[in-house]
Every structure is written in structure tokens, then in C-alpha cells.
Design a protein around this ligand. Structure first.
Ligand code: DGY
Length: 323
């Protein structure tokens, strides 16, 4: 029997690409070039499985392509807001993701941004590189304490809980969260985590607000001019979730007017294009969507896609099926 034809949209860690080559009739993107909607349509027509990454858009008009061969979208990433899952379902295309394996690395990066924003890390690095540092003095680049401060988490899934553990056990932070669901009692007890009944309650109480909700029409611009006004003037906003959860222009205005102290961002509306207003601000730390970017995590993500493909082509229900 011939091997299933698999199309991978971006370069993956080489150990996973080698496994793909051994198992499937695979087409890899060796140049790692971002592909066009027409190239995605052609992949859907000519391959049994297409494996997109989290910035490859598969809206309804792409998924509705006529004469498709594709039966599964094996997404390389936990977030799947770039795929129209209703269109996928209507077209009998299975969609899988990679939950669990990127939890700790993404939570580590959220803590990195929190610490950098609080302690003005990126700004200090720029000052040293520019030759502008004139030496230690008692009032140089004063910043905010992390230890003992209150961390407010919006969304309280795997990554938020992992960040809360690092913040609470490592930095003695008080944990509050806003989420549709109450945390398991064991987690709440371990972290002494308190659930806020409303978003405004969390925004008014937190010294650091970290976003962990999925990207969706419901969460688009959850953080906007009104919600930013509710944050403490010395608070920082951290986003490792999805760019469009935050209204970029409203955040730029709030940072410019020192309505809040700072922000640490890993994701952006319309990324990789970034609102140029961010680039001239000293009180924002900007990272290029590095949340899961460790070699072991990205390898584990690739292996998780492989496991989902193996289940699917072996006639089993893929463990990470989302639709
Ligand atoms: C994901 O998997 O959704 C992440 O954003 C990738 O880092």
C-alpha cells in the first residue's frame, strides 16, 4: 500500500522531519518560506494530511477548496484560532493540536516577560548597548518588585497554572484569576489562588496581569481602552496568548500616557506585522512569539503531530482531535 501523502507548511526540528520522511510520502518546506493561501489550497487538493503551524491561516475560503484530498489538518501548535474549525467540520476534515507539551516553556516565557517588564530588562540592555550607561547611581532605572506582588491570570488553563506555580512558589506572588471555570480545589489550595468574579475585579487588584485565554471572536480586544483604565498605574500587562486579545492601539496609548507601567508581549495583532507605535516606547518588551521556542518543546510538538497522524492513518481516534 502506498504511504499517505503529508504536506508540512514550515520547517520543523530535523529529528521530527527525519521521522516524517521514514513514515510518509512527505513534502517539507525546506526553505521555511511563509506560504500563500493558494499554496494551502493546492496542498489541500493534493495531500492526505496538511500540517500547518500557528501562523498559517486556514479560513473557510481556503478550507472550502473544491476537489480536496486532505482528510486531516495536523496542527503544529496548541492554539488553533487560525483554522476555521466549523468549515473543517463541514468538510469532514479532522483537526488536531499539540496540547500539554508546550506548557512549561510557554509559562517560562511569560515569567521572563513579567520579570523583564517589571525590572526594565530590555530597556537596560538597550542603554548598555547604546553606550549610554554612565554608571551605578541610587536612582538609576528604578523599577517594580516582583516578589510578593499580586499576579492576575486571565484564563486558568494549563499554561496559566504553570505560570502561577512558578510565580507563587518561586517569587511568593499572590495568585488571583478570572476564568469561566473554578480551579480544581487541589490547585486552588496549592497556590492559595483566589477566583475573581469579574474581569474588572481582577484588573483592579493585580500588579501584573497575564493573558492565557484562547484567541476567539469572544476574547478579541478583551483588553481595550476601558479595561486598561481599570488597571493600577504601576501594573504591567503580559501577553503570551494571542495578539488580538489586546487592542494594540489602546495599549500603545495607555503605555504612552503611563496609564500603566509596562507591558511584555510575545504575540501581536496581525503578526509578524507589529503596530509601529510599540517600537518607540521604552516601557514595552517585545519578543517574536517565542513562547514554545525551545528545541525540546518544538521537538515534542512535532512528535505530538506525528502521534496524531499515526492514530488517524491507523484508523484510531487521534488523541488531540479538536474537531
Ligand atoms: C501555540 O502552540 O499555540 C503557541 O502559540 C506556539 O508557540
Amino acid at each position: 500500500m502506498s504511504k499517505p501523502k503529508v504536506y508540512v507548511t514550515r520547517k520543523w526540528p530535523s529529528s521530527v522531519e527525519e521521522k516524517l520522511k521514514a513514515l510518509y510520502d512527505v513534502t517539507l518546506n525546506t526553505d521555511d518560506r511563509p506560504l500563500t493561501a493558494d499554496e494551502f489550497k493546492s496542498a489541500l487538493k493534493n495531500f492526505d494530511a496538511v500540517c500547518p503551524s500557528v501562523c498559517d491561516a486556514f479560513p473557510a475560503d481556503v478550507i472550502n477548496t473544491a476537489d480536496k484530498r486532505c482528510k486531516i489538518l495536523g496542527n503544529f501548535g496548541v492554539g488553533f484560532n487560525h483554522i476555521d474549525i466549523h468549515a473543517a467540520k463541514a468538510n469532514n476534515i479532522v483537526v488536531t493540536n499539540t496540547p500539554g507539551v508546550l506548557t512549561e516553556s510557554t509559562a517560562d516565557l511569560a515569567m521572563t516577560l513579567l520579570l523583564m517588564s517589571a525590572r526594565r530588562g530590555a530597556e537596560g540592555d538597550r542603554q548598555v548597548r547604546a553606550g549610554q550607561w554612565t554608571g551605578w547611581c541610587p536612582t538609576h532605572m528604578l523599577s517594580s518588585d516582583v516578589t510578593g506582588a499580586t499576579l492576575g491570570l486571565i484564563g486558568f488553563g494549563r499554561i496559566a497554572i504553570a505560570m502561577a506555580r512558578k510565580a507563587h512558589h518561586g517569587f511568593g506572588m499572590k495568585i488571583i484569576y478570572f476564568s469561566p471555570r473554578t480551579a480544581d480545589q487541589s490547585v486552588a489550595d496549592e497556590l492559595k489562588a483566589e477566583r475573581c468574579a469579574t474581569l474588572p475585579e481582577l484588573l483592579a487588584a493585580a500588579d501584573y496581569v497575564s493573558l492565557h485565554c484562547p484567541g476567539s471572536p469572544e476574547t478579541r480586544h478583551l483588553i481595550n481602552a476601558d479595561s486598561l483604565k481599570l488597571m493600577k498605574p504601576l501594573a504591567h500587562l503580559i501577553n503570551t496568548a494571542r495578539g488580538d486579545v489586546v487592542d494594540s492601539q489602546a495599549l500603545i496609548d495607555a503605555l504612552q500616557h503611563r496609564q500603566i507601567a509596562g507591558a511584555g508581549l510575545d504575540v501581536y495583532e496581525g503578526e509578524p506585522n507589529i503596530n509601529p507605535g510599540f517600537l518607540t516606547l521604552d516601557n514595552v518588551t517585545l519578543l517574536p512569539h517565542l513562547g514554545s521556542a525551545t528545541l525540546s518543546t518544538r521537538t515534542a510538538m512535532g512528535n505530538r503531530v506525528l502521534a496524531n497522524l499515526a492514530d488517524f492513518f491507523g484508523g484510531k481516534e487521534p488523541q488531540d482531535r479538536v474537531v
